[in-house]
Design a protein around this ligand. Sequence first.
Ligand SMILES: Cc1cc2nc3c(=O)[nH]c(=O)nc-3n(C[C@H](O)[C@H](O)[C@H](O)COP(=O)(O)OP(=O)(O)OC[C@H]3O[C@@H](n4cnc5c(N)ncnc54)[C@H](O)[C@@H]3O)c2cc1C
Length: 248
Amino acid sequence: MKKSHICKILNINNPVEGIYDVIVSFPEIAQPGQFIHVLCGGDTLLRRPISICDSGDGWLRFVYQVRGKGTKLLSQYKEGDELDILGPLGVGFNFSKKGDGVPVVVGGGIGIFPLLKLSKALGDKTQSILGFRTKDLIVMKDEFDSCCDLCHIATDDGSYGTKGFVTDVLEEVVKNNNVTSIYSCGPVPMMKGVKQIAEKYNIYCQLSMEQRMGCGIGACAVCTCQSHGENVKVCQKGPVFDAQDLDL
Ligand SMILES: Cc1cc2nc3c(=O)[nH]c(=O)nc-3n(C[C@H](O)[C@H](O)[C@H](O)COP(=O)(O)OP(=O)(O)OC[C@H]3O[C@@H](n4cnc5c(N)ncnc54)[C@H](O)[C@@H]3O)c2cc1C
């Protein structure tokens, strides 16, 4: 049984309205794609799952968007406060099938956050494709720029980068490069499109499911998704899956 840690908040940034970028002390080693389960305080009994954005010796970084009660409470913590964090949890990204060509990471909205540590681990041939609703919501572009060969941005309204979907950009990148692996996190319709492109071009693909989650340790069934017609718990078998194993 995993133990939770009491973690000191070392730094908080608020790069755009409603997004908080937090560094905490953390005693364990985390893999790209794993997540933490954070107790937000107040009368919220269930922890909230948040991806590990980056980590190192004795620290961990997570970035979240305020959505509802739990994340609102979390946003009220200050530097120096302590957080009760369970983790690292779940199955992270697997690099063993990345091949010798170009790895591509594709993120939409809050789905970009787990892809930073992954991009660093995949190496400097990596291309990232990040999707946002509009220019004002773009975050972490500089960081993806510095660890990737190319960082492509797509916005829904065309206010920055390519107007339209990250999947349109992905298909162009695939046509113009020897892409041998694709890793993605974001809204399910987006990942469905990513999976279709990976299948069309026969490229190894992994997807991270950011499902609504209850206990985070397999004791409830809130976070189930479908794999080959069976229910599987995202917190135990995921959040990262081979795309071919997910019925999207
Ligand atoms: C693996 C994973 C990684 C994630 N990573 C990130 C990230 O890096 N950044 C980010 O911004 N977001 C991330 N999310 C999404 C984030 O967890 C949600 O936005 C957050 O839980 C919302 O909490 P809230 O209290 O603010 O919102 P609310 O909508 O008020 O509450 C949602 C949460 O309440 C609980 N809950 C509510 N209703 C039920 C119910 N009927 N049954 C069981 N539980 C219920 C659950 O814990 C649920 O997660 C991730 C999600 C997952 C699963």
